[in-house]
Design a protein around this ligand. Structure first.
Ligand SMILES: *[C@@H]1O[C@H](CO)[C@@H](O)[C@H](O)[C@H]1NC(C)=O
Ligand SMILES: *[C@@H]1O[C@H](CO)[C@@H](O)[C@H](O)[C@H]1NC(C)=O
Ligand SMILES: *[C@@H]1O[C@H](CO)[C@@H](O)[C@H](O)[C@H]1NC(C)=O
Ligand SMILES: *[C@@H]1O[C@H](CO)[C@@H](O)[C@H](O)[C@H]1NC(C)=O
Ligand SMILES: *[C@@H]1O[C@H](CO)[C@@H](O)[C@H](O)[C@H]1NC(C)=O
Ligand SMILES: *[C@@H]1O[C@H](CO)[C@@H](O)[C@H](O)[C@H]1NC(C)=O
Ligand SMILES: *[C@@H]1O[C@H](CO)[C@@H](O)[C@H](O)[C@H]1NC(C)=O
Ligand SMILES: *[C@@H]1O[C@H](CO)[C@@H](O)[C@H](O)[C@H]1NC(C)=O
Length: 903
């Protein structure tokens, strides 16, 4: 008993003691500890996740749950009010489900589950019962499905972030549910598909407290031009980028008035002019209208309210992004007003003018300057010291030369510099290479630069270097293993390339390497074991010798391999069959021997196969026919024998590239193919939309396979210089897209099939030195070919040969029995002779036949007239390539950091 009483007393004392402690704790800290029921709920929430060691390490029974990491309580009631379980780094993502025990935290005001992995589950409906919730962050958390509209019940909600849950994985039929969220200040739905929400602006206009609205990449297509009354006059941040509005800039924007600080309407397909009324957005700090179709000049009052001018106050604007539009005007008239800017990006517009020192005098805050690809010239003295320190220097295609711009010496902090195609004809001064220790991207291409090129191996940050097309004359420099892009083509780098192995360590980043058209010699080193990042490797047009190394088979992501025009010998290594992503394989103009190996069918993605001018022998393997994407097949000038396999290359059956193609992030790395025809050179810049079969100058025998006729997209067929016999297939005229046909120097017989007159695009035609007989076809394209196309066929007659057809000759060789001749056309020919003129297309060929293809220009290729029109742009070619480099590289990175655009 006593024991018991003493025991219970002890317990009483203990309880009092504990309560005392509790009170003391409260007294000392003023903090109420967490409720048992809520602690239990938290533990159940934790159980909803798999593998939870790290983020929950502080969630122990000894510790008050209000002190657990990510948990916050009200310090007077002890209720859990905040739960922040966002993952701090990708490796500690929580994987699992949201537990309904959340409802046992009834006083929760803030819930952050972002950057976790909820495995494509729906956003749980019960979240909509957390009636005191003010901040709900479910961004980047792999939710999927329709957003529960009862979220609209959460009338205390101040911020709602559902962005970044994959592109269009989350959907909302409309936005009418936001009507109820009268306290909402932040709404972010980036990547949520709300394409059906015609009412989105009306819904948003019901939110008078709205401060931040981000509807990036939501498939919105309607941007109303007017609103009766603009309710959201507190709006500070508006980001509607990456939607397809196809409209002009709406008027209601300017009614937001003085609150708007950040406005992003880039990539919205906006057209028209930039309204003067931007001057009314007097608090605007950052404006992004890039990548639209805006035209006209930049308004003079831009960012500068009339009152402010009077009060002599400067504009608030600090960041202006207007690149990739169609804006015009001069620097002086349009841009000099922006001297307060930190970021000025007007790249890729139609602006022009001489920029002088005095116009730049006030730009002392400038950190990012991109004037690329306009028609600007920088006219400054050699002693000019700019008022700014730039971090990004973008002066591509601005005229800076011919002298090397000495003012660059004052810039010590830049991480990117692009002075490509800037008319600089000079020696690069030694100080330039060491100017900035932060340099990440350097583009000096397409100038006429000379001088010493340093060792880059200590420039650990430098990941993208482009020195293409200059006059650098030195041994190949060394690079760091962090190099990702190395373009040094079209210079005079010489010597061995074995020190490339220095980059190829296990953790290297190398993805694009172009050393083509230099004077490099020696063997290709056998050190590609860690080349798993390499997508394009171009060593063509050097003096490399030896074998193709075996380890090239380890380049498993390789899409382009160009080793052509070297002195490589030996057989093509078997290991190359592992490079199954290859789309472009150029081994032409070497001394490779052996067979065309049957494993070529492993390379199922090949679009271009260039093996011409080698010592290859044996048959053309039937397996080649399996390459269903093939667009260019050039096996010419080898020792191939046997018959031509009856291939029906799927990729050549139509002109259009309906099959998926690759768009390289770096179009400067353009793949080009040169084709020779009648000693004229064709160039195909970019990717193969030029369907080609060239098997000329081999020892092929047999007949022309009828299967070729089904290659209706074929534009160029060269079978000349073989031992082919038999007739030209009678239905060859079905190949209506054929532009060049060379069957010369074979033993083909019989008459020319009359269906050929249907080949209306035929520009180049040669059947000389065969055994053809009968009458030469007349009419259409056939009036444009001269006698060189037909000579060496003693039995051919008619214009343009001098041999007149007698009546039995016009019937052709009696053994052939292909079809009847058509004498009736004979009379017309003499008249049409005078109409003969060289098509303009021909003339351009002299300049190099260039078919443009780059992701953006895909459409060009589908349409013949467009493609020809494209020749006019030849002059701007370099510029166009760099358009894409700029879009691909630093700029987007910079922007997306800002916007957190969903991937
Ligand atoms: C309790 O919280 C309020 C607001 O969160 C804070 O101002 C106050 O200082 C806190 N009291 C104590 C004792 O921590
Ligand atoms: C978690 O969400 C809250 C509310 O949305 C937000 O204030 C906080 O910044 C978020 N934390 C992180 C790291 O994003
Ligand atoms: C939500 O969380 C993400 C990632 O932690 C953060 O970047 C974002 O700012 C948060 N959203 C809000 C509205 O606080
Ligand atoms: C929440 O919304 C749903 C559907 O929108 C509605 O049926 C329900 O009554 C609402 N609940 C509360 C508590 O308002
Ligand atoms: C503006 O917001 C208020 C409060 O949400 C609403 O009553 C009113 O209808 C809104 N006005 C318009 C034009 O949408
Ligand atoms: C811009 O402000 C000017 C001067 O206050 C005013 O006359 C004009 O109507 C405003 N424009 C718009 C579109 O609000
Ligand atoms: C730019 O300056 C050059 C010479 O400095 C001059 O020849 C040219 O006419 C000027 N162009 C314009 C548009 O002012
Ligand atoms: C030329 O093409 C037309 C239409 O495709 C066809 O009807 C005609 O038979 C063809 N002519 C020859 C000679 O094949």
């Amino acid at each position: 008993m006593i024991m018991l009483i003493r025991g219970s007393k002890f317990i009483q004392i203990l309880v009092f003691y504990l309560i005392g402690l509790h009170c003391m704790e409260m007294a000392l800290t003023g903090v109420v500890p967490c409720m048992d029921s809520e602690q239990e709920a938290l533990l159940k929430i934790k159980e909803g996740f798999k593998d939870v060691s790290e983020p929950f390490s502080s969630w122990t029974a000894e510790e008050d749950c209000c002190n657990w990491r990510g948990v916050g309580c009200d310090n007077t009631t002890g209720h859990v009010t905040m739960l922040d379980l966002h993952s701090r780094d990708p490796s500690s993502k929580l994987l699992g489900e949201v537990s309904p025990s959340l409802l046992d935290l009834p006083y929760l005001r803030s819930l952050n589950l972002s950057l976790n992995h909820f495995q494509q589950t729906l956003i749980p409906e019960f979240i909509c019962s957390l009636k005191y919730i003010e901040h709900l962050n479910l961004s980047n958390a792999n939710f999927r499905g329709t957003i529960p509209s009862s979220l609209g019940n959460l009338s205390h909600l101040k911020s709602l972030d559902l962005s970044g849950n994959g592109l269009f994985y989350l959907k909302a039929e409309n936005l009418s549910w936001v009507y109820g969220l009268s306290s909402l200040e932040v709404l972010a739905l980036g990547g949520v598909e709300i394409s059906n929400a015609e009412d989105w602006l009306d819904a948003v206009n019901m939110l008078p407290s709205l401060v931040e609205l981000r509807l990036i990449f939501c498939k919105l297509h309607k941007l109303p031009q007017n609103l009766h009354h603009v309710n959201f006059t507190s709006l500070k941040i508006l980001d509607l980028s990456l939607n397809n509005f196809s409209s002009t800039i709406p008027d209601w924007l300017f009614d937001i008035g003085h609150s708007l600080v950040y406005l992003n309407l880039s990539r919205c397909q906006l057209y028209g002019v930039i309204p003067d009324a931007f001057g009314n957005l007097t608090s605007l700090i950052s404006l992004d209208l890039s990548i639209n179709y805006l035209e006209g000049p930049i308004p003079l009052t831009f960012g500068l309210f009339q009152e402010q001018v009077e009060l002599n106050r400067s504009s608030s604007l600090r960041e202006l992004y207007l690149s990739s539009n169609k804006l015009n005007g001069s620097f002086e008239r349009s841009l000099a007003q922006f001297s307060q800017l930190v970021v000025l990006d007007v790249a890729m517009n139609g602006m022009e003018g001489n920029i002088t020192e005095s116009q730049l005098l006030k730009f002392s805050s400038l950190r990012v300057l991109d004037l690329s690809s306009n028609r600007f010239a920088l006219n400054v003295s050699s002693s000019w010291i700019p008022p700014f320190q730039l971090e990004n220097i973008g002066l591509r295609s601005c005229l800076l030369g011919p002298k090397f711009p000495l003012w660059l010496r004052s810039q010590k902090n830049f991480s990117t510099i692009d002075v490509s195609n800037a008319g600089i004809v000079d020696v690069v001064p030694d100080w330039f290479w060491n100017l900035s220790s932060r340099i990440m991207l350097m583009n000096l291409s397409f100038n006429e630069l000379k001088g010493h090129v340093p060792d880059f191996s200590s420039q650990l940050q430098l990941s993208e270097l482009d020195l293409t097309s200059n006059h650098f004359w030195s041994p190949l420099p060394r690079f760091s293993a962090n190099s990702r892009v190395l373009f040094l083509a079209r210079n005079s780098f010489y010597g061995h390339i074995s020190h490339l192995c220095g980059i190829m360590s296990i953790n290297n980043s190398l993805s694009y390497l172009d050393l083509s058209s230099n004077n490099l010699s020696g063997e290709i080193p056998d050190c590609w074991k860690y080349g798993h990042n390499i997508m394009a490797l171009n060593l063509r047009s050097n003096s490399l010798s030896g074998h193709i190394p075996n380890s090239m088979g380890q380049l498993v992501r390789l899409k382009t391999l160009r080793l052509g025009n070297n002195s490589l010998s030996g057989e093509v290594p078997l290991s190359l069959k592992n490079c199954i992503d290859l789309t472009f394989l150029d081994l032409g103009k070497n001394r490779l021997w052996g067979n065309i190996l049957a494993w070529i069918e492993n390379l199922q993605n090949l679009k271009v196969l260039l093996l011409r001018f080698n010592l290859l022998s044996g048959n053309i393997p039937l397996q080649l026919c399996q390459l269903k994407y093939l667009k260019i097949l050039d096996l010419s000038s080898n020792y191939l024998s046997g018959t031509i396999p009856p291939c029906n290359f799927l990729g050549m059956t139509s002109l259009e590239d309906t099959l998926s193609y690759i768009s390289y992030p770096y179009m400067a790395y353009s793949d080009s193919v040169k084709l020779t025809f009648n000693s004229r050179e064709f160039m195909n810049h970019g990717f193969p939309f030029f369907n080609v079969i060239d098997l000329s100058s081999n020892h092929l025998s047999g007949q022309i396979p009828n299967e070729f006729i089904s290659l209706l997209g074929l534009q160029y067929l060269n079978l000349s210089g073989n031992h082919l016999v038999g007739p030209i297939p009678p239905n060859i005229g079905e190949m209506a897209n054929l532009e060049a046909l060379d069957l010369s120097r074979n033993s083909l017989s019989c008459t020319m099939p009359s269906s050929m007159t249907n080949m209306t695009f035929l520009e180049i035609f040669d059947v000389s030195f065969n055994h053809l007989s009968g009458e030469i076809l007349q009419g259409g394209q056939f009036n444009t070919f001269d006698n060189l196309s037909y000579i060496g066929n003693p039995q051919l007659c008619g214009f343009p040969l001098s041999k007149i057809c007698s009546s039995n000759e016009s019937l052709g060789d009696p053994h052939c029995n292909t079809e009847e001749g058509d004498e009736e056309k004979q009379g017309i020919q003499k008249e049409e002779q005078h109409g003969f003129k060289i098509p303009s297309f021909y003339l351009s060929m002299g300049l190099g036949f260039i078919v443009g293809y780059c992701g953006f220009w895909g459409s060009l290729l589908l349409n013949k007239s467009w493609r020809y029109a494209y020749f006019r742009f030849l002059g701007n070619m370099n510029d166009k390539f760099y358009v894409m480099v700029a879009v691909g590289a630093a700029k987007l990175k910079r922007k997306f950091q800002h916007q957190q655009a969903p991937k």
